[in-house]
Design a protein around this ligand. Structure first.
Ligand code: C2E
Ligand code: CA
Ligand code: CA
Length: 553
């Protein structure tokens, strides 16, 4: 029942792996998505700045044209003119100007008393008095823009370009606001449902041209900055006009989301594909972790034993238990494939239990004929990290206390150092308290086994097979090996060389003072039955690997 729920738990875990890949695959796309947001806002601002720049150019050119026209009218018509001397030729002259430039609707001339008396439409008889608000300030010299106002004569909305004359009258040009928008290129702008662009007179905030959601009264109330909107303005040079543009960020983002309407499903789909295919790349891990509880239940794990030999006499003094998995679909699996998975999933604790139990059972059998034999069991640090887990090992030892002296627990040097702060050192001491021994595995490959050696009395050092070669070792490796051998001797720790494959290697090690070895030179790891046979021919002269190795009671 418990195994079943474990299997279920780990299949859920493999879904989590997929979810992990999915999230990781999605991450850059989310980043792009967020970057896209800022990029869109930035881009929109750039676009609007271009719009303002263009608007500036359009208005400036329009004002120049108006100014030239008005100067022309002023110099040719007002000097020699008064209400009494005007005639049809003057009207035609004005008409010609208006026809020549389609931007202008009407040209008028106003006397110093504010009476409009001549336009391109004809002589105004009697002259019409213009209201103050429709007139330029006669005290200023430059052209002024007024408007939009409803003209007195035609009763139409117009923007007025007015140039005062020396006699304090004015000449003016009327422009239809619709035409003005058109000429300024405003009609083609898309600024969203509540965006607008406006040419505003600085003096009274009156809007002389613009498009979008403009205030009905034609006056732009002073703007308070709004973070939900993009608001930009540009003051036109040598005029009292500012162009203001204002669009909603939500609308800009809407355009961006429109783009992502395809982008988001597309990116999620591609991440899903990556997650699906990605998890295919790790099938052993994916299925193995789910398989371990089942394999324990179905008894698919095996322990093989590799002899440890006294290299001087050739007799077998012990063995190392090495796990194998007779997988129903995948055949024989080696620990390198599934131990990391078991460690990652913490299933190693359960598997470790089985290993210890099985090794002890086998050891009982072996001790019947070979009472001096010792047996090594590899421990994963995961089995020692928590007090609860390490207590399981101690409990095994308590239960089988008669043989605990024949047991060695191997632990790799690297992990010990890294986990110096954890329960591991205490767990190892507890194990030693039960009479079992501790071996430092893969010695010479870690960072600093020495610092650990000062804290705990290790019983065995297993010299890593990287130091065992037929050829010359690199100089630093040779001195390391000699250092390790020297250290072993000083600390009275038994040295075992791993991975001895040739007679030459064996002789070299013996010469250096290493007495015990393990490797293909004698045998590969083998099932217990074969190991019994091996012992039958290799156990004549038993040598104890260390002084405190006692006979079984
Ligand atoms: P290890 O503890 O260093 O085990 C020695 C490895 O070297 C074994 O590989 C063994 O088959 C191999 N070997 C022995 N003699 C020679 C030789 O002369 N030449 C060469 N090239 N190789 C040799 P194996 O059985 O594949 O085990 C690999 C590792 O898996 C072990 O390294 C150990 O760290 C781990 N492992 C094995 N069994 C267990 C176990 O029951 N529990 C745990 N936690 N780990 C285990
Ligand atoms: Ca080992
Ligand atoms: Ca080793």
């Amino acid at each position: 029942m418990r195994l079943k729920s474990l299997t279920h738990h780990w299949s859920k875990r493999s879904n989590r792996v997929r979810l992990g890949i999915f999230s990781v695959a999605l991450l850059p796309q989310f980043l792009l998505f967020f970057l896209g947001y800022f990029h869109t806002i930035f881009n929109e601002k750039q676009n609007l700045r271009t719009v303002l720049e263009l608007g500036d150019r359009q208005m400036s050119s329009l004002m120049r044209a108006a100014e030239i026209t008005l100067e022309d009218v002023k110099s040719h018509l007002t000097n020699d003119l008064d209400e009494t001397s005007i005639n049809e030729s003057h009207v035609r002259r004005l008409q010609k100007i208006v026809y020549e430039d389609p931007r202008f609707r009407e040209i008028g001339i106003v006397n110093q008393d504010g009476y409009l008396y001549l336009t391109n439409l004809g002589v105004i008889e009697p002259p019409v008095l213009l209201s103050e608000s429709n007139r330029s300030d006669p005290l200023r010299e430059e052209m002024q823009i007024i408007g939009p106002v409803t003209t007195t004569v035609m009763q139409e909305q117009s923007v007025i370009f007015a140039l005062p004359t020396e006699d304090q009258g004015e000449v003016n040009l009327l422009v239809n606001p619709v035409i003005l928008n058109y000429w300024l290129g405003l009609n083609s702008l898309n600024l969203g449902p509540d965006g607008y662009i406006a040419y505003v007179l600085d003096s009274d905030q009156e809007i002389i041209a613009g498009t979008g959601l403009l205030p009905r009264n034609g006056v732009l109330s002073s703007q308070t900055p709004d973070r939900s909107r993009i608001q930009l303005e540009r003051r036109l040079e040598a005029s009292d006009i500012t162009i203001v543009v204002d669009v909603s960020k939500a609308w800009v983002l809407g355009k961006w989301i429109d783009f992502w309407k395809f982008g988001i499903p597309l990116s999620i789909a591609s991440s899903l594909l990556i997650a699906l295919f990605g998890s295919r790349f790790f099938p052993p891990q994916k299925s193995l972790e789910g398989d371990i509880p089942r394999a324990l239940f179905n008894d698919e794990f095996r322990l093989h034993y590799q002899p440890v030999v006294d290299m001087e006499t050739g007799s077998c003094i012990g063995c190392e238990a090495l796990i194998r998995w007779q997988h129903t679909d995948r055949g024989l699996l080696f620990p390198g494939v599934f131990i990391p998975v078991a460690e990652e999933t913490k299933l190693i604790v359960k598997l470790g239990d089985w290993i210890i139990q099985k090794a002890i059972e086998d050891l009982y059998e072996l001790l019947i004929e070979h009472p001096y034999l010792y047996l090594s069991i590899n421990l994963s640090p995961i089995q020692l990290v928590s007090g609860n887990d390490s207590r399981r090992i101690v409990n095994h030892l308590k239960k089988y206390h008669q043989i605990s002296k024949n047991l060695i627990f191997e632990i790799t040097e690297n992990i010990l150092i890294e986990d110096n702060q954890t329960n591991i050192p205490k767990a190892l001491l507890d194990i030693q308290d039960q009479g079992a021994k501790i071996a430092l595995d893969d010695f010479g490959t870690g960072h600093s086994g020495i610092s650990y050696l000062s804290k705990l009395k290790v019983d065995y050092l297993k010299i890593d097979r990287r130091f065992i070669t037929d050829g010359e070792l690199p100089v630093h490796a040779t001195s390391l090996l000699e250092g390790m051998i020297d250290l072993g001797r000083r600390l009275q720790v038994t040295l075992v060389a791993e991975g001895v494959e040739t007679e030459f290697q064996k002789q070299g090690l013996l010469k250096k003072g290493v007495r015990y070895g393990q490797g293909y030179l004698w045998a590969k790891p083998m099932p217990i039955e074969e190991f019994h046979q091996f012992l039958a021919t290799h156990s004549q002269e038993v040598q104890l690997p260390s002084q405190d190795m006692k006979l079984l009671p």
